[in-house]
Design a protein around this ligand. Structure first.
Ligand SMILES: *[C@@H]1O[C@H](CO)[C@@H](O)[C@H](O)[C@H]1NC(C)=O
Ligand SMILES: *[C@@H]1O[C@H](CO)[C@@H](O)[C@H](O)[C@H]1NC(C)=O
Ligand SMILES: *[C@@H]1O[C@H](CO)[C@@H](O)[C@H](O)[C@H]1NC(C)=O
Ligand SMILES: *[C@@H]1O[C@H](CO)[C@@H](O)[C@H](O)[C@H]1NC(C)=O
Length: 457
């Protein structure tokens, strides 16, 4: 023991001087995965603790939505590892940003998109499903997820394309004329999860409505290719076809909950299998991908060019963890998703040799070495895939109200507020002028809005 410790220390020292202290990961050993996850999570939280806006719980610098998605991944992490050390920070942030029980806090609501809000709702339903600790005197996790659902559903927009969620909420936002996959897929997933947790058919009806509507547009094609976005002007016939992992992940996950909720209906199984088939593109082969051999998850639209923005860097976290949780509620999917998640996680560990402590991850995993980038987002992506490896070891399905889920339902959460904004009809010229003034006032106060409007995805 002493000798091997001594050798490890020596070796560690040697490697550290070369800046190449890798994260050890044995994908078949839960203790090894937990330890790797802890290392990656700790480095992530260090970014969080050192942010400029650290006086505001849950608010990351220059982005609001990523707080919610980060907490979602940390809630999974707690469930899968039992490590409670981040729970206070997670609870502080999740409660501070709750708004009127609907994750639409007035500080930021003027420039949020439906996708931004829904990610906090997905964090809340994750907390409900995993029986994440609640604080007394605070709304339940389930009710917070219901609050997001209740504020989004009135925004269902039939003034174009016979339905659909717009990307952005306000007419003065550039994405207002767009209907996109993540906003629709996000609410679809949230509704499906609420249906399974509460057994309330209203949520299932909405989930199916959103899926069917998506399937009437390029957002969910018969070939199972998901377009990222489509425009209201074209009545949702045109399409921006950038391929992103999280778009597939959100529809697959929602279909998985619906499959389970409907006791195994073929429609949802077909969707899962079809979308998984097209998702194979995210395990690319070819010269660019070196010896990845089709086994390493890649955000292929931006990674080879090195142009992933901070949002896009996180997508692999959602894709991998959502697919892994699916295996607990849709029998037969484990063999379809786990092998490539394992090889990807192994590669990700090799990409986490950055900075002096050798625990900072790069953006690309297929290079199987650190690519020189680092950040909270890179850590989050790797934590997501490490979480996914732990799902089969934990081997527990998300709780529902019938199977031990304790979070309390409040079907009318979030509705007693001015945040319930019904769909706003297409802007006339007069409205545009008004919106222009609003925008000017707004941008003066919120220069961050600019960052948000350019968010691609
Ligand atoms: C809103 O902004 C104020 C002023 O910066 C800050 O004190 C408060 O914590 C913010 N609230 C949220 C929910 O971010
Ligand atoms: C739904 O998930 C539960 C929990 O894992 C499982 O026992 C059940 O068989 C699943 N239902 C279907 C139809 O696969
Ligand atoms: C089911 O959900 C809908 C939509 O939120 C709500 O209006 C209704 O009261 C819920 N029903 C039950 C029994 O909770
Ligand atoms: C609705 O909000 C108002 C104003 O905040 C409050 O006075 C009232 O008690 C709320 N009603 C319910 C049912 O929560």
């Amino acid at each position: 023991m002493i000798l091997s410790t001594w050798i490890t220390t020596l070796l560690g020292g040697l490697l550290a001087t070369q800046g190449a202290l890798a994260i050890t990961l044995n994908v078949e050993d839960p203790d090894s995965i937990k330890s790797a996850a802890k290392t990656v999570a700790s480095a992530m939280i260090t970014y969080y603790n050192n942010r400029n806006e650290k006086a505001i719980p849950g608010k990351l610098d220059d982005t609001w939505w990523e707080g919610g998605s980060m907490f979602m991944i940390l809630i999974q992490y707690w469930f899968l590892t039992g490590d409670t050390q981040f729970n206070n920070a997670v609870q502080d942030g999740m409660y501070w940003q709750q708004g009127d029980d609907n994750y639409f806090p007035s500080n930021y609501s003027q420039y949020l998109g439906n996708d931004d809000q829904v990610f906090w709702g997905l964090a809340a339903i994750t907390a409900a499903e995993l029986n994440y600790p609640e604080r007394s005197g605070q709304p339940s996790w389930l009710s917070l997820a219901q609050g997001v659902f209740n504020t989004q559903v009135p925004r269902w927009d039939t003034s174009s394309c016979h339905g659909g969620m717009r990307w952005q909420i306000w007419p003065y936002q550039s994405g207002y004329q767009t209907k996109n996959a993540i906003s629709n897929g996000g609410l679809f997933q949230l509704a499906a999860r609420l249906a399974l947790f509460t057994n309330n058919g209203t949520y299932a009806t909405w989930a199916e409505r959103i899926w069917d509507w998506s399937a009437s547009t390029p957002l969910l094609r018969k070939t199972w290719v998901i377009a990222d976005s489509t425009s209201c002007e074209s009545q949702c016939t045109d399409h921006g076809d950038y391929q992103w992992t999280y778009n597939y992940g959100t529809y697959i996950s929602g279909a998985a909950y619906m499959y389970n909720y409907t006791s195994g209906t073929q429609k949802w199984k077909d969707g899962i299998v079809g979308l998984l088939g097209v998702s194979d593109q995210f395990y690319p082969t070819g010269k660019t991908y070196d010896d990845a051999n089709g086994n390493i998850l890649s955000e292929l639209t931006c990674e080879p060019s090195g142009k992933c923005d901070r949002n896009q860097i996180t997508f692999k976290a959602y894709f991998s963890s959502w697919l892994a949780f699916m295996t607990t509620i849709v029998p037969g999917t484990s063999d379809m998703v786990m092998p490539k998640l394992k090889t990807s996680a192994q590669a990700a560990a090799l990409a986490c040799t950055g900075l002096s402590d050798g625990s900072h991850c790069g953006t690309k995993w297929y290079t199987q070495s650190w690519d020189g980038t680092d950040g909270l987002e890179q850590q989050m992506a790797v934590l997501g895939i490490f979480n996914s490896l732990l799902v089969p070891f934990k081997n527990e399905a998300p709780f529902t109200s019938d199977t031990g889920g304790t979070s309390k339902s409040n079907p009318s959460a979030g509705t007693n507020s001015s945040d319930v904004i019904p769909q706003i009809h297409p802007v006339t010229t007069g409205d545009r002028a008004g919106a222009g003034i609003l925008t000017a006032v707004f941008v003066a106060g919120w220069s961050l809005a600019i960052t948000w409007m350019v968010r691609g995805g």
